[in-house]
Design a protein. Structure first.
Lengths: 195, 195
């Protein structure tokens, strides 16, 4: 290489991994200059159907200073399996939460890889949680209701050295909303309207 | 009433609200006598598609001493909306977690109402969470990544006095796995396989 080569202008990242990277950086800059835009409210609804089976929707949210409606109304369902006295029409709520964790870190991996100029070819997540149902069945006050622990395993492939791929997963975990929600405490206020 | 009437035998609860109440009580009794059966492992998988869009499955779980397969393989998807630089093909992971909370407490309400002999006619849940995205965007180290707080509002109608209906919601919250997962800490271990 020539010693006299002038320094190349800072390379702009183009879209990568299906991530609109320029838009991602632009969004971060806009929020940096106006922190109010970072305040979001997300929502979900559920309607009891029968037994442990429910059906709900995810439709609107508030953020970036205004109300938004998703491109379409997303529907979700939950139930218990037969061994837990349900009809097994849909996943358990505790399985749904595991999926949320897997999806949150996976989405972050794609964004962070794009921001770092790494092309991904595969990301797979398998999440497993251990739970002792004596808690929710009311058989023990020492056993907690929720998971005792959760393991999330990621397989990641792309055009970067192993260490760089590991760092992308690490950074995604460090900035994952669902990882924080599960590993730390979130206050939840319950309201009841009696018909 | 006759003073000489013999005491009626303890009333057995029949199925109610679509809940197989006798089976529910039988299950609790079986677990009571063999706590090993209460140990469950739930699982979820996710495969990255493109950008923040992923698609996954919920298929098997371990519990009551053996492996189980759901009646069918449940599929789930997640994405980010356009304002968060995604294609809005599916709900956000943080919305999915709110749905899990709504569904967990709703399922519990149906079970507990059945156990207490209360016929329900309606249960609706609306959950909303506040999040400041400066956390996940890496713009602040003081702002957490996850929800700052969550509100879950339940409308419950049935053939019981208001106070009894309120107590059912309260008991469901007290024994909700997802409520515990969100309001308390769960350790999460992340593994990375680099391809």
């Amino acid at each position: 290489m020539s010693q006299t080569a002038v320094q190349e202008p800072k390379k702009e990242r183009g879209p990568l991994n299906g991530v609109d990277t320029p838009n991602l950086f632009a969004t971060i800059n806009v929020v940096k200059n106006n922190p109010e835009l970072a305040k979001f409210k997300f929502r979900a609804k559920n309607t009891w159907v029968s037994g442990t089976h429910g059906r709900g929707t995810i439709e609107t949210f508030y953020g970036a200073g205004s109300e938004h409606t998703h491109k379409r109304t997303f529907t979700m369902e939950a139930d218990h399996p037969a061994v837990l006295v349900g009809d097994d029409k849909a996943p358990l709520p505790v399985e749904i939460v595991l999926y949320g964790l897997a999806a949150c870190i996976t989405g972050g991996i794609a964004n962070i890889a794009a921001a770092r100029g790494v092309t991904l070819t595969e990301v797979q997540a398998t999440v497993e949680g251990d739970i002792d149902l004596r808690g929710i069945l009311g058989l023990s006050n020492e056993v907690r209701n929720g998971y005792e622990n959760i393991r999330a395993d990621f397989t990641i492939k792309g055009d970067a050295p192993a260490e760089k791929l590991r760092e992308i997963v690490e950074q995604s975990k460090a900035r994952s909303a669902v990882f924080d929600i599960i590993t730390n405490k979130v206050p939840v206020e319950i309201g009841v309207n009696v018909g």
